[in-house]
Ligand binder design. Sequence first.
Ligand code: SF4
Length: 237
Amino acid sequence: MHNASAWKAWNPITGCTKISEGCLHCYAERMAGRLCLMGQAKYKDGFRVTCHEACLSEPFQWKKPQRIFTCSMGDMFHEDVSDAFLFKVFETMNRADWHVFQILTKRAERLAAIAPKLYWSPNIWMGVTVESERQTKRIPYLLSTKAHLKWLCLEPLLSAVPNLPLDGIHWVILGGESGPKARPLREEWVTNVRDQCVAQKVPFYFKQWGGFNKKATGCLLHGREWKQVPQPTLEFY
Ligand code: SF4
């Protein structure tokens, strides 16, 4: 789904199936294949959707508060994940309230359908992927939830998004695709989204240009970094 190397990852659900254009070069699929070949028991079924009961308690063992990317190796709201298991994942996040759990999904309709049955503790940051103008249709589903902090992931961004509905959105992350077959990211798409965020006072985080060598292309936009992160006020906690 998302290269979460900068954050701690927690993966009680792994595996997925492709759903939209952003999935073409899915990082999680490649990584799961590699881990399967390396003989890791958790990935013995490769990228098939799998729920891992034994992982549910892991966040309780991490005493230091952390920002935890939840289900970075799949999509938590995939249709093959039962409601019952989703409730368990949420129970852990609700109880382990010293951590922040960042969730990202492309299954926005399922998210909206099950959201009223979930408890949205303030430490859950809920996001949807918007990799193109067409996928802005996911945003109203996110907005319909009671998540305290709602964010958008424009990665890998594949088109201009000139009319990003930012009302009710607390954070935007944008990034280009990386790897040998990376699709291009245009500078004007990035500056346009940045300008919309600045105008609406939404923190903007530009992760990377991507491309064949993402280290070489970096993350500077007109000579400066954009690494804004929401600062939830105390009312969140
Ligand atoms: S939704 Fe995310 S994890 Fe699933 S195939 Fe697409 S990019 Fe990969």
